[in-house]
Write a protein that binds this ligand. Sequence first.
Ligand code: NDP
Length: 472
Amino acid sequence: MAAHQEKKPAQERKHKPSQNDTQTSQVQWGRAWEVDWFSLASILFLLLFVMMIVYYFIMSCDQYQCSLTDPLRDLLTGNTHLPDIWNKTPMLTYRAASIYCLWVAFQVFLYMFVPDFCHKFLPGYVGGVQEGAVTPAGVVNKYEINGLQAWIITHVLWFANAYYFHFFSPTIIFDNWIPLLWCANILGYAVSTFAMIKGYFFPTNAKDCKFTGNFFYDYMMGIEFNPRIGKWFDFKLFFNGRPGIVAWTLINLSYAAKQQELYGQVTNSMILVNVLQGIYVLDFFWNEAWYLKTIDICHDHFGWYLGWGDCVWLPYLYTLQGLYLVYHPVQLGTANAVGVLMLGLIGYYIFRATNHQKDLFRRTDGNCRIWGKKAKDIECSIDGTKYYSKLMTSGFWGWARHFNYTGDLLGSLAYCLACGFAHILPYFYIIYMTILLTHRCIRDEHRCSSKYGKDWKLYTAAVPYRLIPGVF
Ligand code: NDP
């Protein structure tokens, strides 16, 4: 414990779980009250071009065997023109629209109308009705945690219908991939627009809304903190987890089935991508209740960034490795395959163990053992008030301030390495995750520094590195 703690008599200390302190620190995270020109320019750029980035990646695979440079070269040398590329792009079809509507409706049904039963027979699994963190307006929302169950039911039905009843081909997702992209976009924009209108005219909790007065900023970063329809349909939990993350593993299975259809076999790299990303997805649903306390749910408002991002960005760009492997069926040598597997598992272990250590520490208010020893911490005054929180300096949290991100990045690198080195496209994921998590790390530290003041300095002195001990 820090010497600083001894300056205060014990009876003066009041502890509040720090995820409940969003009232005091909300200012530093998520979205601003006022928009500067740089933020506005960035937002306009993202709104205009991010969809084009997704289209460019998917089109490159469809028309240029996943080469990111060939379309540009053809355009610059006049070998092709934008209308030629567009004319070769599959359009929205009735079939894709039907599949997509059925898919989203089914996920809504599982989310809303099938109460969780997994927690009744899976030891250690936390499901059913759970409470989220306190919002800035002081509201504690209840959530029905049933994502694991939705994932299991969906996958059982997928295998039964694709391989036993033969209602559809297991390649159905790959075969409709670009028409489905238009459907996902329609939903992404529709839900973001609805969230904006709802924020203005019928917010779930008016005190939890933030307005800047700038239309584009409010549209992108969201107005409402936790928009809901009725008591249970929570936009953030539904769109963050389903339909995108449930779809993630199905999309990969469809890619594997396409490899089988095209080449008569599924390569070991495809199996590795399916297994490693499958572990990550299952981990997400197994820990869905814990997820209620992460930054995404605790601090972000719901706008285009989350709504469109969950519908389009996640399912289309997080699955690029499997898509690439359909066009380039990489068969890794045994040593490389084992290396990728080990890196993926080590990354996953670090990611999970680090998150678990913090969760245990916070749940027990620091009265726990980490790696066999009593957890050490630094006690921090919140916003200079009489309220205190604790920052752990034991276990992985003593190695670096965001070692959970480091584990995530190692796992992400493993998915990319499974694809070999012929093209840059499958490496998009690790590049994106590095930018996302480094930026998140800086944003989070900015918020924590403001929240904990001089005590944050004590903590950063005790744990000087952010992601890689001794380096950064
Ligand atoms: P964290 O779980 O790391 O939470 C950060 C918060 O934890 C801080 O704001 C602080 O909050 C508290 N904290 C920081 N240091 C300590 C400490 N030493 N002891 C106790 N509490 C501390 O961040 P995220 O919610 O961003 O990430 C959760 C997981 O999700 C990560 O593993 C990340 O890799 C993953 N992730 C994955 C993404 C993807 O797209 N695949 C995207 C984003 C995240 P407080 O105010 O309570 O003190």
